[in-house]
Write a protein that binds this ligand. Structure first.
Ligand code: URP
Ligand code: ZN
Ligand code: ZN
Length: 463
């Protein structure tokens, strides 16, 4: 019997705090040794990582796989979506189990467990999106926090999903008491509803009116309100897919006063601007997502927010729909276009190319944003999110010398387009390891469907 199941030799290990050259020994799914030199004769499998970075497996805390939404279902399921994630260096996702009206949270979880069971190539957890609150649901929240589901999402907009401030307050008070975390999709429903109806009435139906009906003030107001309700409840709050500088200022102001407010943004809000809605014909529909893409000054502000630590996470909000056959449900009017876009595969490559290579963020910050902070905030640290003895052997070997142009054909997402077509990429994950098993080897899928396991989470941290 060999001492190690795997030894990774000569890689440059990067954590949120360190960059150093060392070998990594893996046994029984865990990292068991990190040393300057580990004898590879003692290993069943040796991987040479010379001139490559070794990152902790990336964690994407915002995905929508196999999700009914906007009159259709997101086009990646737990098989195709986790394969694409693994190609991109992501070893864990946290997806959203969405409660239907009149349904218990446990029922929503049962449905989402069935979607994922036996399909995932990488590990996964679930947030629960609450759409129908009452006293029984509050009791369920209490129970579920203890059972490994400590994070909940509330939509402040979207007809049929949204909740009012009384629900937000009750959920925050309970989460504070029981050690849970409330995440919010923060946009003002009434501003959006007013503008959507007005544009439709005026015959303004092109995809660009999606963005015009969701101005930054709608996000700003809702972020500001959610923060104030959280402050009143003395509870931590996590704002999902933050897209604009006014909202970022609210987060910064709150954090500077010591409030436990955290926020994520996504590659689309860092790299794509509102001009995309002007693309020929119906192509603007590719970028119909909520919040929408913003003007370039917002992109700049978000990069600053990452650099200064006022934004703690970059997730993808991967919610793919085919342009032909799904997005075109809204061919006649923007308000019928399913909201969402693909992105699960390119998060690391984009953030490395346009963040690290351009010196907007450091290599350590990159790791913090894509792995360590998500693990800490959502109760997976230090099992995941770092490279240390005792952690799961979730590792990404990343080759910074690869240069490519993004094409849809390069990717494994189940969609007929990528919003990043033509983007120049420097650096790509080449090997992805989940709990000591190689899932992607030198750019090829070698993992097994169903290997990915459900993760119970606890001990959430405020970062
Ligand atoms: O447009 C988006 N973001 N679609 C996914 C659902 C959500 O709001 O997160
Ligand atoms: Zn959302
Ligand atoms: Zn989302």
């Amino acid at each position: 019997m060999k001492a190690y199941d795997m030894v990774i030799k000569n890689g440059i290990i990067v954590t949120a705090t360190d960059v150093y050259k060392a070998d990594i020994g893996v046994k029984n799914e865990k990292i068991v040794e990190i040393a300057k030199e580990i004898d590879s004769n003692n290993a069943a499998n040796v991987i040479d990582a010379t001139d490559k970075y070794v990152f902790p497996g990336a964690i994407d805390v915002h995905t929508h796989l196999d999700m009914p939404f906007g009159g259709t279902v997101s086009s990646d399921n737990f098989e195709t979506g986790t394969v694409a994630a693994a190609y991109g260096g992501t070893t864990t996702i946290i997806d959203f189990a969405i409660q239907s009206k009149g349904e218990s949270l446990k029922k929503a979880l049962e449905i989402w467990h069935n979607k994922a069971q036996g399909k995932a190539f990488i590990d996964y957890g679930f947030h629960i999106a609450i759409t129908d609150m009452n006293d029984e649901i509050l009791d369920e929240m209490k129970e579920l926090i203890k059972e490994g589901y400590p994070s909940f999402k509330l939509f402040m907009t979207y007809e049929g999903l949204r909740v009012n401030d009384d629900v937000l307050l009750k959920a925050l008070l309970l989460a504070k008491e029981e050690g849970g975390l409330i995440c919010v999709h923060a946009e003002n429903f009434y501003i959006i509803d007013y503008l959507v109806k007005k544009f439709v009435r005026e015959g303004k139906t092109h995809p660009k009116f999606h963005a015009l009906s969701r101005p930054t003030i709608a996000e700003w107001e809702a972020v500001s309100r959610a923060i104030k309700v959280a402050q009143f409840a003395n509870a931590p709050l996590y704002i999902v897919h933050l897209s604009c500088m006014e909202a970022l200022k609210e987060v910064t102001y709150a954090r500077n006063r010591g409030l436990p407010i955290m926020a994520e943004t996504c590659p689309q809000y860092l790299l794509l601007s509102e001009e995309r809605y002007e693309e020929e014909g119906f192509n603007g529909a590719k970028y119909v997502m909520s919040p929408p893409l913003r003007s370039s000054e917002h992109l700049q502000a978000l990069w600053e927010g990452l650099k200064c630590g006022q934004l703690q996470v970059v997730s993808t909000d991967h919610c793919p729909f085919f342009l032909k056959g799904q997005k075109d449900l809204g061919k006649d009017s923007f308000d019928k276009i399913p909201n969402g876009a693909p992105g699960i595969e390119l998060r690391l490559a984009l953030l490395f190319s346009y963040g690290v290579m351009t010196k907007r963020i450091t290599l350590q910050q990159f790791v913090e944003i894509i792995s360590t902070n998500p693990a800490k905030i959502f109760g997976l640290y230090p099992q995941k999110g770092t490279v240390t003895i005792g952690s799961d052997a979730d590792l990404v070997i990343f080759d910074p010398s690869i240069e490519k142009r993004v094409t849809k054909e390069l990717l494994h997402e189940n969609d007929d387009y990528t919003p990043y077509e033509g983007f120049k990429i420097t650096g790509l994950p080449v090997t992805t390891i989940v709990r000591g098993k190689v899932v992607i080897k030198d750019g090829k899928l070698v993992g097994q469907k169903g290997y990915g396991k459900f993760l119970k989470r606890k001990n959430l941290m405020v970062v």
